[in-house]
Design a protein around this ligand. Structure first.
Ligand SMILES: Cc1cc2nc3c(=O)[nH]c(=O)nc-3n(C[C@H](O)[C@H](O)[C@H](O)COP(=O)(O)OP(=O)(O)OC[C@H]3O[C@@H](n4cnc5c(N)ncnc54)[C@H](O)[C@@H]3O)c2cc1C
Length: 407
């Protein structure tokens, strides 16, 4: 009768007094880490502690774009590794994460932008990552309903395509990792906020939570927008991370309109759009531009993103917005993440994902699990450390320096 008889997808255990590893944060990064700890490293005595419900943070609030078009050492291999994991993820988890390789088209409007993008894609190609240069006619053939007027404020000169990029279903990714991790023995404990850290002889040996104290040999933290607050409690920091909010917008469902991801940036606003399987147009733009922990947006960004949309897709002018929300971004000062040991023994950090951590979920969990299991990074995340600032080797993909809004 109806939707009866469904078993819960993951167990709902009470927290035990002690684990081998605690992962704080039940977003995609924490869930993937717990899964790979169990699956690849045989560490199954793991608790994942989430203060709300899993996927209630940024991992369930994003515009789901997955790509690997990075060109700075430290990012290139990492994001390509993540994309390769995406390509097998539904099979690996035995859960349809609806990964759709519909392509990611990055528009350019000036010769300067074209040169910068050409450089990026050449470096990608040299690293064995796919990328194609499209001139204006090829872009028009691929997406006929963009604004190709010569009089447009942003006249389209061409675009760069990563055909293997695309989108995935965010909830399914969280649920798929949760189910697979739970099946392997990981305790996923929701409504369990970490409120402090237990220290003995200068070492962190456990956490205080809203459901009691829990001890562990090793603790990994993947709490995105709450990173600086929680890290301070652990005695780590101050960290080169700011919390900013980023909004997403979804329109009413319309007929099939866009079968790829279209984006633009580089000094002409910032805009990215795709169409969900239900038909809604899913899009976003810049950060709100001031520090906040609110998971809602503001009117100026509304108008900013709407005008960005109208620049390239005037046909959207008459559709209605259905809903809008925000997530709290962990903006690092060079725009690149941290997957690293810290100077606190047995305490590991996963943070700094800025606008782009959804695509990183599989790769990040894979590398963070390796780092925790071996107490040292894998080669792929060996540059994503906290001390890169002190050492003067920032991984500044967009070349904007320490300006979170620009990353
Ligand atoms: C609007 C928007 C659009 C985006 N678009 C894209 C995109 O198109 N492509 C892309 O790659 N990335 C995108 N991102 C970024 C991406 O969503 C994030 O980088 C990624 O989801 C971060 O995952 P996470 O697991 O680190 O964090 P989260 O999913 O935020 O998980 C962190 C979890 O930690 C929990 N937590 C916090 N404090 C505590 C505590 N004290 N105790 C226990 N638990 C705690 C939170 O409740 C939360 O569930 C977007 C983000 C937003 C907000």
């Amino acid at each position: 009768m109806g939707q009866a008889g469904w078993a819960p997808a993951w167990r709902q255990p009470e927290p035990k007094l002690k684990y081998d590893v605690i992962i704080i944060g039940g977003g995609g990064h924490g869930l993937a880490t717990a899964y790979y700890l169990a699956k690849l490293h045989g560490i199954t005595n793991v608790a994942l502690l989430e203060k709300g419900w899993i996927g209630g943070g940024n991992s369930g609030r994003n515009t789901t774009i997955v790509r690997s078009n990075y060109f700075v050492e430290g990012n290139t291999a990492f994001y390509e590794h993540s994309l390769k994991l995406w390509e097998g993820l539904s099979h690996d988890l035995n859960y349809n994460v609806m990964f759709s390789q519909r392509g990611h088209l990055n528009l350019f409007f000036t010769p300067g932008q074209r040169d910068a993008m050409m450089r990026r894609y050449n470096i990608m190609r040299l690293n064995g990552i796919d990328g194609e240069f499209l001139d204006r006619e090829q872009v028009q053939k691929m997406v006929p309903h963009l604004n190709y007027s010569e009089q447009s404020r942003l006249p389209i000169l061409g675009g760069f395509l990563q055909a293997r990029a695309g989108t995935a279903r965010h909830d399914a990714v969280n649920w798929g990792y949760a189910r697979a991790a739970s099946t392997l023995g990981v305790d996923i404990i929701q409504n369990c906020e970490v409120t402090g850290f237990i220290k003995k002889a200068g070492r962190i040996v456990g956490v205080e939570t809203s459901r009691g104290e829990v001890e562990a040999e090793k603790i990994g933290m993947a709490v995105a927008g709450s990173t600086s607050v929680l890290a301070a409690q652990a005695g780590l920091g101050p960290l080169p991370i700011e919390s900013h909010k980023l909004q997403a917008f979804v329109s009413e469902p319309i007929k099939p309109f866009l079968d790829t991801v279209v984006v633009y940036g580089a000094g002409h606003g910032h805009f990215y759009i795709s169409q969900s399987d239900k038909g809604g147009m899913v899009f976003g733009g810049d950060l709100d531009g001031y520090n906040s922990y609110a998971q809602r947006g503001n009117l100026p960004i509304y108008t900013d993103v709407a005008s960005c949309a109208m620049n390239v897709m005037p046909a959207l002018g008459r559709i209605k917005l259905l809903r809008q929300w925000a997530g709290i971004m962990d903006m690092s000062m060079d725009g690149s993440p941290f997957i690293t040991k810290t100077n606190l023994s047995g305490f590991y950090l996963n943070a700094g994902w800025c606008y782009g951590g959804f695509k990183a979920i599989p790769g990040s969990g894979w590398c963070f699990a390796h780092t925790i299991a071996h107490d040292q990074p894998h080669e792929i995340n060996s540059l994503l450390t906290l001390d890169r600032y002190a050492q003067g080797r920032q991984i500044d993909e967009s070349g904007h320096g320490p300006f979170p809004k620009s990353h």
